[in-house]
Design a protein around this ligand. Structure first.
Ligand code: G3P
Length: 217
């Protein structure tokens, strides 16, 4: 499973990138707003930092304007994936922009039917939002499994990009189901390293290191 980082904070991307943990980056208007940076400037900076796809989201809601914005975003760098919402206009924009050779990430997916339409419209990535389904007592991981089954039934190449990931558990569950990509905030990726028994075991080793005065360098 590829790891994308869901942030527009360049320092956080750089830290994970140095460890080989970044196969791509996803941004959205909320993350751009949180960064306080200009969208074109920060997106260019991120594209220069990472080799993989960098999703940059359109702001328009009608297809023609989305296409115009998408073309402008795509000019930022070769690794841009234009992100469009899963609306009927978004699907129209997806069809046109993907037909022009651009990577397109169709976002705000909450149902298997929406994912099926995005694949038919030529999406490179479909972004089902796990956490927001869990928030309303639905099962976000079940949606990932349903989309996996449907895409595999028909050999769609659209990659399942699990989004709205809130916990390390979401990451391992997505990997078990077979999501192609999971995009998570930096804190969630770092939390994957944590285990209570690792902390306990290390504390015991450190106590013995001190007791026996073990030194290597
Ligand atoms: O990738 C989508 C993500 O940014 C949304 O996450 O936690 O706001 O639902 P969240």
């Amino acid at each position: 499973m590829k790891f994308f980082v869901d942030t527009a904070e360049v320092d956080a991307i750089a830290e994970l990138n140095a460890l080989g943990m970044v196969d791509g980056v996803t941004t959205n208007p909320s993350l751009i707003a949180k960064s306080g940076r200009d969208i074109l400037e920060v997106t260019k900076e991120i594209c220069d930092m990472v080799e993989g796809p960098v999703s940059a989201e359109v702001t328009a809601t009608d297809a023609d304007k989305m296409i115009e914005e998408g073309r402008k975003l795509a000019k930022i760098a070769v690794n841009i994936a234009v992100k469009v919402p899963l609306t009927w206009d978004g699907l129209k924009a997806c069809k046109v922009l993907s037909g022009e050779g651009n990577m397109v990430n169709v976002t705000l997916c909450f149902s298997a039917n929406q994912a099926l339409l995005a694949a038919k419209a030529g999406a490179t990535f479909i972004s089902p939002f796990i956490g927001r389904l869990d928030d309303i007592n639905l099962d976000g991981l079940e949606l990932i499994a349903d989309i996996r089954e449907i895409y595999d039934n028909y050999g769609f190449d659209t990659q399942i990009l699990a989004a709205s990931i809130r916990s390390a558990n979401h990451m391992s569950e997505c990997a078990k189901i077979g999501a192609d990509v999971a995009t998570a905030p930096p804190a969630v990726i770092k939390a994957m390293a944590n285990h209570i028994l690792t902390d306990k075991g290390l504390a015991a080793f450190l106590a013995d290191i001190e007791k026996a005065n073990i030194k290597i360098v």
